[in-house]
Write a protein that binds this ligand. Structure first.
Ligand SMILES: Nc1ncnc2c1ncn2[C@@H]1O[C@H](COP(=O)(O)OP(=O)(O)OP(=O)(O)O)[C@@H](O)[C@H]1O
Ligand SMILES: [Mg+2]
Length: 311
């Protein structure tokens, strides 16, 4: 079983106008809404791959109800904690010129007792054979060690954890040895304190260091430069697939979804990597964070080249 945790979900609102006129009346040509937040995006992609997950976290207000309705409609199980206030709506205004203006709401405040309720809910699902996905930012005011604490409690119950976070959240959580991580190259460089673009060799060495710290699977995504994987003695690097790029936002979430699906299906290392590369490349071809179809993923899997390191 897979459980995705989104502490800071959002409705992604996309607006198209000819030209943004600050201080004036702007007529919108086209508007689209989608349920978002990293964990929710992961749940949507798992569904498209043919798997199942339970989406949880915090929701509030009408935006929260909309997100819940979208999940139900897509056949994704959900079990959120309801809080006062309104789940964020993040608006992206696209102008004809290509300029994009973003307006992000702050989202509801989460109290300590609401966080305890969420943790209690997670513990209800935690057992051997369950993978929890902790991804994305946390609401403001929440302790920056929250992921570390949740990982410790989940491990005590025999569950496993896939962590996809950056900065302080990522660093703090590593001490609890999440089972799977998927940093992108910038996140890893920042973690290592590099103020320059690391070479592939340096990234591989950082992944090896993380393995020594007790993390079982490390997938380092490098955008258009592909990805590398370290799992026990297995080390491989894959060039990215050649696809027509629409939006690279959410490519990392797609890879997280593929890692989780593969874990649940007990796929081999090679099969896991094929699925990761194809799902993330597929996500790049779609608009916004929309997941690729399973059909496209199957097609792209044929293109994946796996270069084993040391062979
Ligand atoms: N332009 C591209 N063409 C083909 N594949 C791509 C491209 N950009 C990204 N990918 C695929 O997606 C994977 C993840 O991308 P990236 O490293 O940008 O993740 P990320 O920064 O975590 O993204 P996000 O957090 O926005 O979801 C890459 O390892 C690669 O397989
Ligand atoms: Mg990412």
């Amino acid at each position: 079983m897979i459980v995705t945790v989104t502490m800071n979900p959002a409705i992604d609102k996309t607006v198209e106008i000819d030209r943004l006129l600050p201080g004036g009346l702007n007529r919108i040509r086209k508007v689209e809404y989608d349920a978002g937040g990293k964990g929710i995006n992961v749940s949507k992609t798992i569904r498209e791959l043919g798997g199942e997950s339970i989406a949880t976290g915090f929701l509030g207000g009408n935006a929260g109800k909309t997100i819940e309705a979208v999940l139900t409609e897509k056949g994704i199980q959900h079990d959120f904690i309801w809080v006062e206030g309104e789940t964020r709506t993040n608006t992206k205004v696209f102008e004809e010129s290509g300029a994009v203006t973003e307006l992000n709401e702050p989202g509801p405040q989460i109290s300590e007792s609401q966080m305890e309720q969420l943790i209690e809910k997670l513990m209800g699902y935690a057992k051997e054979g369950t993978l929890f996905i902790l991804s994305g930012s946390i609401p403001s005011g929440v302790d920056r060690h929250i992921y570390a604490r949740i990982i410790r409690l989940l491990h005590e119950k025999g569950a496993e954890v896939l962590l996809d976070a950056d900065g302080e959240l990522f660093r703090n959580a590593l001490s609890e040895e999440p089972d799977i991580i998927k940093p992108n190259r910038v996140e890893l460089e920042e973690y290592a304190g590099y103020d320059y673009r690391a070479s592939k060799e340096e990234l591989l060495n950082l992944a090896r260091d993380l393995k020594e710290k007790g993390i079982k699977t490390i997938a380092v995504s490098m955008g258009k430069s592909g990805a590398m994987f370290v799992h026990g003695g297995y080390e491989a690097i894959c060039p990215s697939l050649s696809v027509k790029a629409h939006s690279t936002v959410g490519a990392g979430d797609a890879m997280v979804a593929a890692l989780a699906y593969a874990w649940n299906e007990k796929l081999t290392d090679d099969e896991t990597i094929r699925l990761c590369m194809a799902t993330s490349a597929g996500a790049v071809t779609t608009i916004g964070t929309k997941p690729p179809t399973r059909e496209l993923v199957d097609e792209l899997m044929q293109q994946v080249i796996i270069e084993k390191i040391g062979e």
